[in-house]
Design a protein. Structure first.
Lengths: 474, 752
């Protein structure tokens, strides 16, 4: 059954490969209020269409607009551009957007400091613990890393390197050479404790948020400074829906794709905005970083009892019950989606995929090592002995890293106690020999005693008694 | 046995014995039939259903046994209770009941009578009560030479409410067969002591083994028989009969009891069993000294007795103390302590004190359960003293012990009932024999029947002086005889009426189904329990884990067939306390507990709408107390009482109460049933706050027709990482406030 369902899933995955390059689907809805602005982003649209996405453009004013059709997603991906007015209107309330994310839809939210961020959007972001500056027109400025060509005066076009690795154990999907131009970005800060959100592009150390309109206050107490200020940040929900906040929608415009920029005191260079935006949409629309568990298998290994058999025997795959002190092999097959198909997933050297064998708390926490590699997946496996504790255990694989689909596998099995006939017999235990000997000596002694008793009666009296009996009966 | 029956002169002769024997058999069969039929009220009133709580487990275990065979039952690891600990059920139950039903089931199938296992389970208790009446007849007949004593005792036993309370049809509990085994083992023991026979002793051991496999109350036998032997030795009644019967019983019985996995090595390790072992050793010593006395002159023997006996006693006592202190012999169990000190459990083991059947008995219960037997009982015990043979000593001891225990714990009324019936049978048969058989000690009327004796007495009375006319009111006169006989008959009739009334009204309710009366007097069945359990059965995945208070664990396992966290087998106090903590804490505290234990559904019982007082809010303090026993810092009973020491659920309720999960689950949405601000709790008789409680970590899944059972589903973690409270407030349209501390104070920086 499990094999069948995984085959079905594979088929479905193949089908989606045929229709598009995303792991989930190819329908993209672009919310664009002003049709005339479409031309500004023509390279971006062309990039997406090159990757087989089907774009639909809608205005938030359209009252027929719905993200769902028959209870299913009408579009797998959503690109939001900032509205001119206060919000997106009744068809795209924060609640609907949250439902969309909960249903598995991916969102790329572009912010712009010119039109300001509507409160509906910032309250939605606040639900993810991503905060925007309370000042709607605040932008990120940096007096050291600005573009001399376009913002010699205002210092509001930032030039930043493409991001490096976030943590040693995290795969970097956005890395590479080159400089990015970030014009007039809206900075975000991330809440300290939420593991689902992660920064993609941080502002340089010397940047700060600032409203050119009203100077005094924001300079005294800026909203955020330095690398606490994010230009691009991401939220990956537990159902692996991805939500990317792009601080500067302007980055996507044709004029910034390959524009010539110059750092103060540096030489001119071309921006790599186009490559970065491609990486960004690839990740957001689940073309990369999608992990999938193809199968999970566990079984009991029984070592050969006789030396002539040197193969191990396997009785049953994925049994519901083990016994304590059984040797168990657990394997999990994981593939990583890479633009068109699944490839074997390789855990970074600095990281480990772990198996927990848990009842209330883990009794085993073991690293899973790659044992086999197929065309589409890697099989990680480990063997261990079930603990000397009966109960209802679970095999748990819990692998959650930023930018990768969370893996949370839980397979419940029962570990039972020894049955009455699985213990070693009494004579097999040397320590029991005195007791076994005592037992048998009592039995033999009793029988001997009975025999002695029966046969040691004085024969004379016996004969007399028998005679007396026969006399009395006759 | 063959007492003469002068009332039946026409039966005198060679056939009389057979005729009386036949009559006796017919009477006994009638008694057994009456015993069985009295217990069928519950089936007639309600239906053929398993009752209460524990029987549901026994029923489930029996089904498992019938389905999977004996060996897998023996090794049964139950992964559907005590999640995630599981329970080694095969090794922690008394299998006698299930095996008995299984054997009956297979025998019936062998006879081509395929009977549903449920019907066997429902009718097992009534069936065995018939056997109990027979065993009572045998036991009492050993005590008295009068044949009527046994028959009366059997009749009493058959319909006594004290016994019926645990053995109506559907009450498929261990006691159903255990009382029969108790009485029959005592009969065999008496027989063994009387005859000094190895065979009877071995039979007693055999049935003792059966009793051990059937009920934890076997400890009563384990202590009563040694006590009897010990008392006989103290009374100087040591005999080889006693030696043979006791040693046979102890050796074989202990071996037999050790075959039950749940008992295992307890007979040599636990303090409860030490008396039997001690008396066994004492008997050997007494026998040895008896042997020595025959061999030695008196003076030397006395010296030896003092020296050797004293040394042995001291050594054994020291050994016992040392073993107990070192832990080889298990200390007394908590249930045992609560037998001596009724306040003990309340202080130390709330989980034992929380069970209603472990409470001390109320006085009226004795009259309710035993009616007129309770005042015949002392008379019967007195009669035992008058004719104090070995077996009468047994009855006296049994009477004393059982009366004490019955006073301490309600459920032990069950062990008192047999001896009360026995003693009452003795007393009543003595009275009847005295008045019905007594003849005036005048020679000419001695051999005649009652008519003749009456005539004779009248004649003699008339011929005597006035002062001797007293004899008219003496026991020989027809007046006194008829008065006494009719009084006794009246009492017996009243007893039967009382038993029938009690059985039909008090003891036949299955408690799974509640009955109430409509205004027109017709019966109305409230079936919320089964409605809810079947909802669970049909609407949840088969491995959905249900958390509830332990009272309902067996029923959920039996009726809904879903895994539970805790159940009525209260083997793990910490696990129960965990559930208690989850119920009595705030939502934020409870949620991690629920997640950790993989809980999918939470079930609460709420009686506020119907006025059903056995609901969870009324049991709530026990949950708090049990949780406080493990986490005294986190759960405090005091917090659930108002400043004036009241336990309230209305506006005045304490914050701990109002924020507890149990309170919220009970009253969630309850306001919507009433006009605004008029919500009323009919059990506590208080009006509820206008604003009902809000739940964020749970969502209501099911509420039964009369709101008795409410089932909540535990929400999954929020998809975007919020806590449930803010997720709920977002769904309601409240905007999240920016953190007030963001502007002033230290900023919390994010580090990767």
């Amino acid at each position: 059954m499990r094999l069948f369902s995984s085959l079905c899933l594979l088929l479905l995955a193949l089908l989606s490969v045929v229709s598009g390059r995303s792991a989930v689907g190819d329908r993209v809805l672009v919310i664009l209020e002003d049709e005339s602005q479409k031309g500004l982003y023509s390279k971006f649209w062309a990039d997406l269409e090159d990757r087989d996405f089907k774009l639909s453009f809608e205005s938030p004013r359209n009252e027929q607009l719905s993200l769902f059709r028959h209870g299913q997603l009408a579009y797998e991906h959503l690109i939001l551009t900032p509205p001119k007015s206060k919000g997106y209107g009744p068809t795209l309330t924060p609640k609907i957007l949250l439902d969309y994310v909960n249903a598995g839809g991916n969102v790329l939210l572009g912010l712009s400091s010119e039109s300001g961020t509507p409160s509906a959007v910032s309250s939605l972001l606040l639900e993810f613990d991503i905060s925007l500056s309370p000042d709607k027109h605040s932008i990120v400025v940096d007096h050291f890393n600005y573009d001399k060509v376009s913002a010699a005066e205002k210092h509001d076009v930032l030039l930043v390197e493409r991001p490096g690795q976030l943590r040693p154990d995290v795969v970097n999907f956005f890395g590479g050479e080159g400089t990015l131009a970030v014009p007039r970005a809206v900075g975000q800060t991330l809440g300290p404790a939420i593991p689902l959100i992660a920064p993609i592009l941080k502002a340089p150390m010397t940047a700060y948020a600032y409203n050119p309109g009203e100077e005094a206050q924001s300079v005294e107490e800026p909203f955020a400074t330095g690398s606490q200020l994010n230009i691009v940040s991401a939220m990956q929900a537990r159902n692996s829906a991805r939500f990317t906040v792009l601080g500067s929608l302007e980055m996507l415009q044709d004029k910034w794709f390959g524009a010539t920029v110059q750092l103060p005191g540096g030489k001119t260079s071309k921006t790599v905005n186009q490559e970065f935006v491609k990486q960004l949409t690839e990740w957001t629309f689940q073309e990369v970083g999608v992990l999938k568990v193809f199968s999970v298998q566990h079984y009991q290994i029984t070592t050969a009892s006789e030396p002539s058999q040197n193969t191990t025997q396997i009785w049953e795959y994925n049994p519901e019950m083990y016994r304590i002190k059984n040797d168990v092999k657990f394997s999990i097959e994981i593939g990583q989606y890479d633009r068109t198909h699944y490839v074997p997933f390789v855990v970074p050297d600095t990281d480990a995929l772990q198996l927990e064998f848990t009842m209330l708390s883990p009794f085993h926490r073991l690293p899973l090592t790659p044992s086999t590699t197929t065309d589409n997946s890697t099989i990680y496996s480990t063997t261990f002995t079930t603990p000397d504790q009966h109960g209802i255990f679970a095999f748990k694989v819990n692998y959650k890293r930023p930018f990768l689909t969370p893996i949370e596998e839980r397979h419940q099995v029962t570990v039972r106690h020894f049955a009455h006939d699985e213990w070693p017999r009494s004579w097999a235990i040397t320590g029991a020999w005195p007791w076994v000997g005592g037992l048998w000596s009592v039995i033999v002694g009793f029988l001997l005693f009975v025999l002695l008793w029966l046969y040691s009666e004085p024969p004379k009296e016996e004969i007399e008694r028998r005679r007396a009996l026969s006399v009395s009966t006759s | 046995m063959a007492a003469s029956t002068p009332l039946d002169p026409f039966l005198r002769g060679s056939t009389s014995k057979n005729t009386r024997g036949l009559l006796r058999i017919i009477i006994l069969c009638t008694i057994a039939a009456a015993a069985v039929s009295a217990r069928l009220f519950s089936v007639i009133r309600f239906e053929s259903i398993i009752h209460e709580f524990d029987p549901w487990f026994n029923f489930r275990a029996t089904k498992y046994l019938v389905k999977n065979g004996f060996y897998s039952f023996w090794d049964w690891f139950d992964d559907r209770t005590w999640h995630p600990l599981g329970r080694v059920t095969g090794g922690t139950l008394y299998p006698g009941l299930m095996v008995t039903s299984g054997v009956i089931y297979h025998i019936l199938r062998l006879l081509s009578l395929p009977v549903d296992i449920r019907n066997i389970c429902v009718l097992l208790a009534p069936g065995f009560s018939g056997f109990t009446a027979l065993a009572m007849y045998l036991l009492t007949s050993e005590m008295s030479s009068s044949p009527s004593a046994g028959l009366l005792a059997a009749a009493f036993m058959g319909i006594s409410p004290g016994y019926i309370s645990r053995s109506v049809a559907g009450s498929y509990d261990n006691e159903a067969i255990a009382i029969f085994l108790l009485v029959f083992t005592f009969f065999l023991w008496i027989k063994a002591v009387k005859n000094g026979s190895i065979m009877w002793g071995a039979l007693a051991a055999l049935f003792y083994g059966y009793m051990v496999s059937a009920w934890g109350g076997y400890v009563f036998i384990t202590n009563l028989i040694p006590l009897h032997a010990f008392t006989l030795i103290l009374m100087g009644r040591y005999s080889s009969r006693l030696y043979i019967s006791y040693t046979t019983w102890y050796a074989l019985g202990t071996l037999a009891s050790m075959q039950v996995p749940f008992v295992g090595f307890l007979p040599v390790r636990s303090s409860d069993h030490m008396a039997a072992l001690g008396v066994f050793g004492l008997l050997q010593l007494v026998a040895f000294f008896n042997f020595l006395r025959d061999q030695l002159p008196g003076k030397q023997f006395q010296t030896l007795l003092v020296a050797l006996g004293g040394t042995i006693v001291v050594i054994m006592f020291l050994g016992l103390v040392a073993l107990t202190a070192s832990g080889v012999i298990a200390p007394w169990s908590g249930r045992f302590y609560s037998l001596w000190d009724t306040g003990y459990a309340k202080i130390h083991i709330p989980i034992i004190a929380s069970v209603s059947e472990h409470q001390p008995t109320a006085w009226p219960a004795f009259f309710f359960d035993l009616n007129m037997l309770i005042w015949l009982f002392p008379a019967g015990v007195y009669l035992c003293f008058r004719n104090l043979k070995d077996e009468h000593v047994f009855v006296v001891l049994y009477a004393v012990l059982a009366s004490y225990f019955a006073g301490v714990m309600v459920r032990l009324m069950l062990t008192l009932t047999p001896v009360v019936c026995c003693a009452a049978g003795l007393a009543l048969s003595y009275i009847l024999d005295t008045y019905l058989y007594a003849q005036k000690p005048v020679e000419e009327s001695a051999s005649s029947d009652s008519n003749g004796s009456i005539k004779a007495s009248k004649f003699s009375a008339n011929s005597a002086l006035r002062s001797t006319r007293n004899s008219i009111v003496g026991i020989y006169s027809v007046v006194s005889k008829s008065v006494i006989t009719s009084m006794v008959t009246g009492f017996l009739l009243l007893y039967v009426a009382h038993c029938t009334w009690v059985t039909s009204n008090a003891y036949s309710s299955p408690s799974v189904v509640l009955a109430s009366r409509l205004p027109d007097g017709s019966q109305h069945i409230i079936d919320d329990y089964r409605e809810a359990y079947y909802w669970l059965r049909q609407n949840t995945p088969s491995d959905a884990r249900v958390m509830s208070w332990w009272d309902y664990g067996y029923q959920i396992g039996g009726m809904a067939d879903r895994p539970t966290l805790v159940d009525n087998n209260t083997w793990n106090n910490t696990h129960i306390a965990t559930v208690g903590k989850a119920m009595s804490s705030r939502e934020e505290v409870s949620y991690p507990i629920l997640r950790e234990h993989d809980v999918d559904y939470v079930l609460v019982v709420f009686g506020g709408l119907l006025g059903y007082s056995g609901d969870d809010i009324n049991k709530f303090l026990w949950m708090v107390r049990i949780a406080e026993g493990i986490w005294p810092d986190e759960v405090r009973e005091r917090d659930f009482f108002t400043a004036r020491g009241e336990y309230r659920v209305d506006d005045q309720a304490t914050p701990a109460m109002k924020n507890s999960l149990m309170y919220k689950m009970s009253y969630y949405n309850y306001n919507s049933l009433f006009p605004a601000g008029q919500a009323q709790d009919r059990v506590r008789g208080s009006s509820l706050p206008a604003q009902g409680p809000e739940l964020s970590i749970l969502e209501e899944a099911f509420t039964s027709e009369n709101w008795i059972i409410r089932i909540y589903k535990v929400k999954d973690l929020d998809n975007v990482g919020r806590d449930h409270q803010s997720a709920v407030s977002f769904d309601k349209g409240h905007k999240k406030k920016r953190k007030p501390g963001a502007k002033k104070g230290v900023r919390v920086l994010r580090e990767e």
